[in-house]
Design a binder for this molecule. Structure first.
Ligand code: MEV
Length: 311
């Protein structure tokens, strides 16, 4: 790519929730993820010409200079994205505003790397280039990510994703309401993925069928969504959670939160994303108020995500 000395003034990217297929997606199985629209906005303004690009996102406690010898992971990831895009290394100041919590399994790092790529390449740059640039940064955070977070952060919508294959957009015929509940416990995706690898390598004959089941769950979840069969979808959430726990990626906090959500009437509840900490994902009844009240009474701050029917 040709070196560029300018940045677009503004770029946005989505967050994500994985509805089904986290972790098994790393092994080539499908996953289903929904975008949380316009979750991060970056604005770029001119700074002192001889100073390194500065990145600041107060909500995530990020305030870093993109110095070539930095060991700050966010700065290193940003430098990888800028390197891929041949973006400027000096003379800019980037500020971010976001509604997403960081390190919570909601795709904050992919949102960041996608938005940085768009600052360099343009908000309407081809999706393939934006995703590749984002992945250059994502590898700093997560080692070898499957790529699902970058695809959702760039494209938005509801996507069926298989590593290395064409992304499939799943049209939504009916609105779908989901509830995300942060545990408040941060975790590292790379560590969680490594835990599954350890278990897989130690007991391949046991773990492979679990991955098969998680892959099958994705196809059944898509069918349930297509038929607006929310009770089935909720049941599939309830099957997914213990399968993921058997891969060593749940925790007592997430197990307890899922139990509490089900007891409060959720149709289903599961961990979402890498697990360990991060968030759970619940499928509420038509009236989500009792679920919200019960979770809030336990000190949680549930967030509703409304996926609108495709136009
Ligand atoms: C993280 O959002 C999803 C995982 O499946 C890791 C990945 O796909 O790279 C846990």
């Amino acid at each position: 790519m040709t070196a560029s000395l300018t940045l677009s003034p503004r770029a946005t990217a989505c967050g994500k929730v994985i509805v089904a297929g986290e972790h098994s997606v790393v092994y080539g199985y499908p996953a289903l993820a929904a975008a949380i629209p316009s979750s991060l906005e970056l604005t770029a303004t001119r700074g002192p010409a001889d100073e390194p690009v500065h990145l600041r996102i107060d909500a995530w406690d990020i305030d870093v200079a993109l110095e070539p010898d930095t060991d700050h992971p966010v700065a290193r990831a940003a430098l990888e994205v800028f390197g891929y895009c041949d973006g400027p290394l000096r003379g800019w100041s980037i500020d971010g505003t976001t509604s997403l919590p960081s390190r919570a399994g909601l795709g904050s790092s992919a949102a960041l790397t996608v938005a940085l790529a768009r600052l360099c390449l343009g908000q309407d740059a081809p999706l393939g280039a934006v995703v590749e640039a984002s992945l250059a940064g994502e590898r700093v955070f997560h080692g070898e990510p499957s790529g699902i977070d970058s695809e959702v952060a760039a494209r938005g919508g509801l996507l069926r994703y298989v590593r290395g294959a064409e992304v499939e957009v799943i049209p939504l015929r009916h609105a779908l309401s989901l509830v995300v509940v942060p545990s408040g416990k941060p975790r590292s995706t790379a560590d969680q993925v490594a835990k599954v690898r350890t278990r897989h390598d130690r007991f391949p004959m046991v773990v492979r069928p679990v991955l098969d089941a998680l892959g099958a769950l994705v196809e059944r979840s898509i069918t349930a969504i297509e038929h607006n069969d929310l009770d089935h979808l909720g049941e599939l959430f309830n099957i997914a959670h213990p399968l993921l726990a058997s891969l060593d990626v749940s925790s007592w906090i997430l197990d307890e939160m899922c139990d509490a959500a089900r007891a409060a009437g959720a149709r289903g509840a599961k961990l979402t994303g890498a697990g360990g900490g991060g968030c759970i994902l619940c499928l509420p009844q038509d009236d989500p108020a009792p679920l919200f009240a019960a979770l809030q009474a336990r000190g949680h701050a549930p967030v509703r995500i409304d996926l609108e029917p495709s136009s």
